[in-house]
Design a protein around this ligand. Structure first.
Ligand SMILES: Cc1cc2nc3c(=O)[nH]c(=O)nc-3n(C[C@H](O)[C@H](O)[C@H](O)COP(=O)(O)O)c2cc1C
Ligand SMILES: CCCCC(=O)C(=O)O
Length: 369
């Protein structure tokens, strides 16, 4: 009998099964925090629906070798065009949190994005997998002295780049969180800010929770980022105008994301914004993409629509919840193998040569790309 390889436990047999396993293990209010979006969750739903409006333009008998999934981002080699997103409060899902994600990323040959609001400090995450490629995420908010201190810490921790989350001047209006009166314990988000008298957590993240936002400007950000030699990525770009503003402010890459539908409900699906942003930057900067990716075929669609690298948020958190490091590794290997399968069936030799010609609209419209 020919067996499909890598059949693991039934709990981790497929990505959708890993999600179910994860949700069954979490307290209902934590599952709601993970799964939920802002407002009526229209954007959350739209993120998924956008993928099903695109199908593949299959070509057969290509004569091509096994597809090459390898790529690079800002000088960092990646075994496939996938990163894990900076999801904070990671200790809610597994005690090892991003430490387990870092070990899994290293094993899979990809990079992780370490969240500022994580359960473990950046230094501890690095210590857990010193050889893992890593990007550190920061919120452009709070005292400037703290922001500058974090830039030093990120450089000292040997990170390859910095990811600045620009769509989060305050927390989204999350009704599942309100309904459950779910309070994020400081323990889960304060790994970088131990109570050592230097920086108080509330000074850094207060505006996320207290809706008293002082929204930074691109000019302010650009002047602070002049203090580091590391390249930076603007995360949360949804329009051509903002992509160009990020580029003018010195961003080395733009990251299309609506925060998984968790911030401003009513913005379009991230996949639809991707087309606009990719066209605006026109190959001058790499484009990262997240929001709604749940399988390998989604990764291929996003690459075809202009992403250079696709980032997984909840998917990584499901793996972490279902099995710690092994769970995240399983998510990454399922993604890898599905991407390879889709590319082979699609008749494509690799991830770098994908373009809109690989796709067709399935909803009868003839949207120009
Ligand atoms: C539990 C959770 C915590 C998150 N925390 C952060 C964060 O601290 N910083 C950030 O930039 N994005 C954060 N995000 C957003 C993710 O980085 C990512 O943009 C989003 O999850 C992508 O959508 P997806 O989950 O549909 O893949 C978080 C997302 C989740 C689900
Ligand atoms: C955990 C603190 C960051 C919150 C956030 O960005 C999210 O929940 O999406």
């Amino acid at each position: 009998m020919v067996a499909f390889k890598s059949v693991s436990t039934p709990e981790m047999s497929t990505l959708s099964q890993i999600r179910l396993t994860a949700l069954s293990r979490l307290a209902p209010e934590v599952a709601d925090f993970l799964e939920g979006g802002a407002g009526d969750e229209g954007t959350l739903t739209a993120n998924r629906a956008a993928f099903s409006r695109w199908g593949f333009r299959q070509r057969v008998m290509s004569g091509l070798d096994v597809p090459d999934l390898s790529t690079s981002l800002l000088g960092t080699d990646l075994a496939m065009p996938v990163l894990t997103s900076p999801f904070g409060a990671d200790g809610l899902f597994h005690p090892d949190g991003q430490k387990a994600v870092a070990r899994a990323a290293l094993a899979a040959g990809i990079a992780l994005v370490v969240p500022e609001a994580g359960t473990h400090s950046l230094e501890d995450v690095v210590q857990a997998a010193p050889k893992a490629a890593r990007i550190a995420q920061l919120h452009p908010m709070g005292p400037e002295q703290n922001f500058l201190r974090m830039l030093r810490r990120i450089e000292d921790a040997g990170c390859q780049a910095i990811c600045l989350t620009v769509d989060c001047p305050t927390g989204g209006w999350r009704e599942r969180v309100l309904r459950n009166a779910f309070d994020l314990d400081a323990r889960f988000v304060g790994g970088n800010y131990p109570d050592d008298g230097q920086t108080r957590l509330i000074e850094v993240f207060g505006q996320l929770f207290e809706r008293s936002a002082v929204v930074w400007s691109w000019e302010r950000l650009a002047s602070l980022m002049a203090h580091t030699h590391l390249p930076w990525i603007a995360k949360g770009i949804m329009t051509a105008d903002d992509a160009l503003a990020a580029e003018a402010a010195g961003a080395a890459a733009v990251y299309v994301s609506n925060h998984g539908g968790r911030q401003l409900d009513g913005v379009p699906a991230a996949l639809d914004a991707l087309v606009e942003v990719a066209r605006a930057v026109d190959g001058r900067l790499p484009v990262l993409f997240d929001s709604g990716v749940r399988r390998g075929a989604d990764v291929v669609k996003a690459l075809a629509l202009g992403a250079d690298v696709v980032v997984i948020g909840r998917l990584a958190a499901y793996g972490l919840t279902a099995g710690g490091q092994a769970g995240v590794e399983r998510v990454l290997s399922l993604l890898h193998d599905e991407i390879r399968t889709v590319l082979t069936l699609l008749g494509h030799g690799g991830v770098r040569d994908l373009g809109p010609g690989a796709l067709v609209r399935l909803d009868g419209t003839d949207t120009p790309m």
